[in-house]
Design a protein around this ligand. Structure first.
Ligand SMILES: [Zn+2]
Length: 141
């Protein structure tokens, strides 16, 4: 079993269990996943990334998240995803641990991305660690 933090296009976050990552992709492709708050079927995995580099900040500011993700915005999110995958190290669910290592070590400017639970995210924000999450756009649709 694998737990994912999911997010609908209205920015609602919730958790869901899947037998494996393929099951998530399969269900999402068939539009069988639904937001528990607003029943939206536009669901993505919620991925958290730290604001560590200036370039990513700039890129992020160019993207205005709205309720409706237009094709154009989707393209921008896709570009952002590519940028992150190329320039950031993926640390998965170790993210909250790793981001603290980066945050408290001034010499360590490593750019990382990964996942957190809503609780971990809250704890990090209480420690003053700035994070931002981006809707993780599927490459194949
Ligand atoms: Zn929702």
């Amino acid at each position: 079993m694998i737990k994912y933090n999911l997010k609908c296009h209205n920015e609602h976050e919730f958790e869901s269990w899947f037998s494996n990552s393929k099951e998530f992709d399969k269900l999402n492709k068939k539009n069988l996943l639904e937001c528990i708050y607003c029943s939206s079927r536009t669901i993505d995995k919620s991925i958290m990334s730290p604001m560590v580099s200036n370039s990513i900040k700039k890129q992020d500011e160019q993207i205005k998240f709205t309720d409706k993700t237009t094709k154009h915005e989707r393209q921008k999110l896709l570009e952002l995803r590519k940028f992150i995958e190329k320039n950031f190290d993926y640390v998965g669910k170790d993210f909250s641990k790793k981001v603290r290592e980066v945050y408290y070590d001034k010499k360590n400017k490593k750019a990382i991305y990964g996942t957190t639970t809503p609780k971990e995210r809250e704890e990090l924000s209480e420690e003053g660690i700035d994070l931002f999450s981006i809707p993780w756009v599927n490459k194949d649709n």
